[in-house]
Design a protein around this ligand. Structure first.
Ligand SMILES: Nc1nc2c(ncn2[C@@H]2O[C@H](COP(=O)(O)OP(=O)(O)OP(=O)(O)O)[C@@H](O)[C@H]2O)c(=O)[nH]1
Ligand SMILES: [Mg+2]
Length: 229
């Protein structure tokens, strides 16, 4: 069995179409929506679609992208998934690519949907946002010595054995840093990591959840990992 974890916060405008597209593109993949009790009713809306192979988890504490994805991945392991992917709910990650990303795991432990391998593929980002993302990747790769070009992509797939070895329960990061921390853990445990080129498109509906706390966490997390493991 394979699963895809989708963390959501106020994605009512996106979730119905996203889940339908996932059902179409990857009918055998169980979709696990992990919602932090969104005020806009994302979780209820997702549940009411009545689509097969969709599970909705509602979290009421410890809000954040990182903890939500972590809980979704742990749930996927509990369900017995052999492979589990993660993706955003805002169509930045194309559901049609999901099967190919999961298939990459035939030859590696972690497959990263990469915006930056073999060129730059980002739609509707201004120059400032692009430069920030490229700098963030350079920063992380340099401090941690990672080979991956796109360390902050949330479109990923993991083999279950690797997820277990990563000891997800103790991953602390809340925002983007979660992506760095999980990649670092996988690399430290000897994971083979492959990048699968993707086109990333900025969200059209709903709002970004970027805030100062998340940015600070992204700045200090690579140092915390490097100094304390
Ligand atoms: N459960 C949960 N999901 C979250 C939280 N914050 C963000 N998400 C989800 O995580 C995914 C990525 O968040 P985004 O807000 O799109 O982050 P982003 O792509 O950097 O920001 P945009 O450029 O505005 O799209 C989306 O599916 C969000 O709904 C949170 O606190 N809890
Ligand atoms: Mg987004």
């Amino acid at each position: 069995m394979q699963a895809v974890v989708i963390a959501t916060y106020n994605e009512a405008e996106n979730i119905p179409a996203l889940l339908r597209q996932i059902r179409e593109a990857a009918p055998d993949v169980v979709a696990i929506v992990v919602d932090d009790d969104s005020p806009d009713g994302t979780a209820r809306i997702a549940g009411e679609l009545g689509l097969p192979g969709v599970e909705v988890i509602v979290r009421k504490s410890d809000r954040g992208y990182g903890p939500a994805v972590r809980d979704g991945l742990l749930h996927a392991l509990q369900l017995g998934a052999e492979r589990a992917a993660t993706m955003d709910a805002d169509f930045s990650h194309d559901p049609k690519v999901l099967p190919a990303l999961l298939r990459e795991l035939d030859g590696c432990d972690v497959a990263v949907g990469s915006r930056y391998v073999g060129g730059v593929r980002v739609i509707n980002w201004n120059v400032k946002r692009l430069l920030l993302s490229i700098f963030a990747n350079f920063y992380v790769r340099t401090i941690l010595g990672l080979d991956t070009q796109d360390c902050t992509s949330g479109f990923r797939a993991y083999r279950a054995e690797m997820l277990r070895r990563m000891k997800l329960r103790t991953v602390r990061s809340n925002g983007y840093a979660f992506l760095v921390e999980t990649l670092w853990r996988a690399a430290r445990r000897g994971a083979t990591i492959k990048e699968h080129p993707i086109v990333f498109e900025e969200r059209q509906e709903g709002e970004s959840k970027m805030n100062r706390g998340i940015i600070w966490e992204s700045i200090w997390t690579p140092w915390r990992l490097r100094l304390r493991g």
